[in-house]
Design a protein around this ligand. Structure first.
Ligand code: T1G
Length: 677
């Protein structure tokens, strides 16, 4: 053990039981010095004849939460993980893993080489590697089928979802449940009891269960796993465990693991793992900035957005007063919230008494005055600057000192809205995405005068209600919608020049997006933002809207829809495009799929570079988080800015120049340096 090795593993003895304790905050990741400490302390315990059994447990909030992801891609240090695990499994004395918090990834693999596992009821056990584009590369895919069977092993590895301790006990992954507050003592007693039974190497146990489940999982998740490599690699390893001897299975797993580890998908998904955590941090804000208390929330507008926003807070037990102008609109809004909760309860997400409880802390109101005691007020009325300024002017007189006044506007100028008050420091944007109770993204818009603690509070409350909150600056469309605009505009131009809605959408779906620009317009509504004058036809969109082709809700938009909302290419739309092409004097030509990529995705990167240079986003990875959680950008491509690095910023600039785009200076800089963002 060299000088610079942090002491993150220690050992203490309780009679003939040695207790090895990992202490590597915040999540006891298997950093090199932890692996070194495990090797050293297990060596010592096994060499000590007075030791008859060993307990492995962790200090702090959780058991080992996996390999240290921040070490990936760096030169290896410390002992090889598989070698350390092999020596624990081969121990001549029974080894018990004592689990609290989360035993995840390499952490569960460590517990799996222990001969027995005891856990507190609140513990969670899982192998989430697939969410990082990886697989459990330290024997997890070979040992799990020997402990929980093929079905559970295939499900755990391919979905990455953790199991609660009780379920793990049911499956045999956990041998004993400890008292919630007595794990250390219960584990020692359990280990003492196992001295007689001796070691139970997992590798020597038989694989059991029906391998047929693997094909069923693939069929059931085909849509969800579209474009992903890791779920299939995980299942291939579990399948291999059913037919190969342990060491050959381990070698197969290693090979699959290395392929994923050095592939672009895992690099992208690991990028997003850290990007999501980074997004929560506000640059330059002292870590200990005091947050404002948010115990009661007000929502103005009981429409789709207002209702969805309210549900987020009710689900966290935070009382909401929801205000509408008219009784019928209020009743309708509250009714929709109830209906949504009942629907979720029917799917088992909530118990009926929980629904009553949530509806019980929702106060419908027809008066803004009822918001006087709210700590946070979110305005979610239709997009009109005068209406919003009128509301904020009234709130300025009603709301208590220190209340945060937020607008859910998706593009209007938050600084302009703040001028309607004498407390611009308390004003910011909280831009939810529809459906607001489902979509994880929250753009928190920092106004010029927004106070640091107001911003920090909005970010923290965003995390509390289960959102991924990202700081955005005031500009048209903030981060997400601002980058969406050039994509939509180019998509429209491509129609004029010869592409069809189906071709453009196919390219985006094959790229990994849930849908393309035109399917998205039809879902959101072709009439959104339309000037409502059927005689003013200045774009293909105007022509569709004028004919009532407002999208899925009208069974006609850029596509025709049957009554099951299945889209089909529309001869009428082709006619409209043809008419426009003739009017504009545009010659129809062949459009390649590559050109669609170059003219719809590359401009987003360009716009992202402008957003960064203007400081409207704190960092490039925030932009990636916005597109992953707000617009369905495929996580295995890491978001537009990360993807630009994979695609090649120089290649992007060359193509944008070819298509006559003005290049953002920051993007040009990256291209010259042949670097990513
Ligand atoms: N490695 C390095 N850092 C990690 C980490 C990890 N495994 N897990 C968390 N962190 C950092 C995180 O970046 C953050 O840092 C801080 O810890 C708190 O995390 C061989 C290959 C455990 C459920 O995928 O799911 O094992 O932002 O904010 O909300 O087969 O962290 O404060 O600077 O998320 O309480 C498999 C990943 C790895 C689990 C806790 N394991 N972690 O959630 O805290 S691959 C995982 C989590 C592997 C082997 C393979 C969560 C958590 P900072 P946090 P949290």
């Amino acid at each position: 053990m060299s000088e610079d090795t942090p002491i993150s593993v220690t050992m203490e003895k309780d009679g003939e039981v040695a207790v090895i304790i990992v202490n590597n905050p915040p999540v006891n990741a298997l950093s090199w010095h932890v692996r070194q400490g495990l090797e050293d302390n297990f060596g010592a315990a096994l060499a000590d004849d007075s030791v008859k059994a060993i307990v492995l447990r962790c200090a702090g909030a959780t058991f080992i939460a996996g390999a240290d992801i921040s070490e990936f891609g760096k030169p290896p240090r410390g002992p090889d993980f598989n070698a350390v695990l092999g020596s624990i499994e081969a121990a001549s004395k029974p080894v018990v893993a004592a689990i609290h918090g989360t035993a995840l990834g390499g952490g569960l693999e460590t517990a799996l080489v222990c001969h027995y596992r005891i856990a507190v009821p609140s513990a969670k056990l899982g192998v989430p590697e697939v969410k990082l584009g990886l697989l459990p590369g330290a024997g997890g895919t070979q040992r799990l089928p020997r402990v929980v069977g093929v079905e559970a092993a295939a499900t755990m590895t391919s979905t990455g979802d953790p199991l609660p301790a009780a379920k793990a006990k049911e499956l045999g992954l956990v041998d004993e449940l400890a008292g919630e507050d007595s794990l250390a003592a219960d584990a020692i007693a359990f280990a003492r009891a196992k001295i007689a039974d001796g070691p139970r190497p997992t590798r020597e146990r038989e694989v059991f269960g029906d391998v047929g489940v693997i094909e069923q999982l693939k069929a059931r998740n085909a849509k969800r796993w579209r474009g992903f490599e890791a779920p299939y690699a995980n299942l291939a390893c579990v399948e291999a465990a059913t037919r190969l001897p342990f060491d050959e299975g381990l070698a197969f797993e290693r090979e699959q693991f290395m392929k994923l580890m050095f592939g672009s998908q895992s690099a992208a998904q690991r990028h997003i793992f850290f990007a999501e955590r980074q997004a929560a941090k506000i640059d330059g804000l002292p870590k200990d900035t005091a947050l404002r208390d948010v115990k009661k929330v007000g929502v103005i507008g009981a429409g789709t957005m207002g209702g969805g926003i309210s549900m987020n807070f009710l689900q966290k037990g935070i009382p909401v007063t929801i205000v509408e102008m008219a009784e019928d609109a209020l009743d309708r809004g509250v009714g929709v919230i109830r209906k949504n909760y009942d629907a979720s309860a029917a799917k088992g997400r909530f118990k009926p008494e929980q629904v009553d409880q949530m509806m019980g802390i929702l106060t419908p109101s027809l008066s803004l005055d009822d918001l006087a005691d709210c700590d946070l007020i979110i305005e979610a009325v239709y997009e009109n600057m005068d209406v919003k300024k009128d509301i904020f002017g009234k709130l300025d007189k009603i709301a208590k000192p220190g209340a945060i006044l937020a607008s859910n506007t998706s593009y209007l100028d938050v600084d302009e809205i703040a001028t309607a008050t004498n407390r611009p420091g308390d004003v910011l944007g909280m831009h939810f995405f529809s459906p607001a109770n489902v979509m994880k993204l929250l753009e928190v818009v920092r106004g010029e005068k927004t106070a640091p603690d107001a911003l920090a509070t909005a970010m923290a409350i965003g995390k509390k209600i289960g959102k991924v909150a990202v700081v955005a600056g005031v500009c048209d469309g903030f981060i997400g919608n601002r980058m969406l605009k050039p994509r939509q505009m180019e998509a429209m131009k491509l129609l004029l020049e010869g592409a069809t809605p189906a071709q453009v959408d196919k390219v985006h779906v094959e790229f990994g997006m849930p849908m393309g620009p035109f399917q998205m317009s039809d879902l959101a509504g072709v009439d959104i933002g339309w000037h409502r004058d059927p005689n003013r036809i200045e774009s293909i969109r105007d022509a569709l809207a004028a004919e009532g082709r407002w999208g899925q809700k009208k069974q006609a938009g850029f596509y025709d829809y049957d009554d099951k909302r299945n889209p089909s290419e529309s001869p009428r739309v082709a006619e409209i495009i043809e008419e426009f092409r003739a009017k504009a004097g545009v010659e129809k030509r062949e459009i390649t799929d590559q050109e669609v990529i170059e003219r719809t995705l590359y401009p987003m990167v360009n716009e992202g570079a402008l957003i960064l240079s203007e400081g409207k986003a704190q960092r490039a990875s925030d932009i990636d988080v916005v597109w992953i959680y707000g617009y369905g950008w495929p996580v295995y491509r890491g978001g537009p800015m990360f993807w630009a690095g994979l695609e090649g910023t120089d290649k992007i600039v060359a193509a944008l120049e070819k298509h006559g785009f003005e290049i953002a200076p920051l993007l040009k800089e990256k291209a010259e340096a042949k670097s990513g963002f």
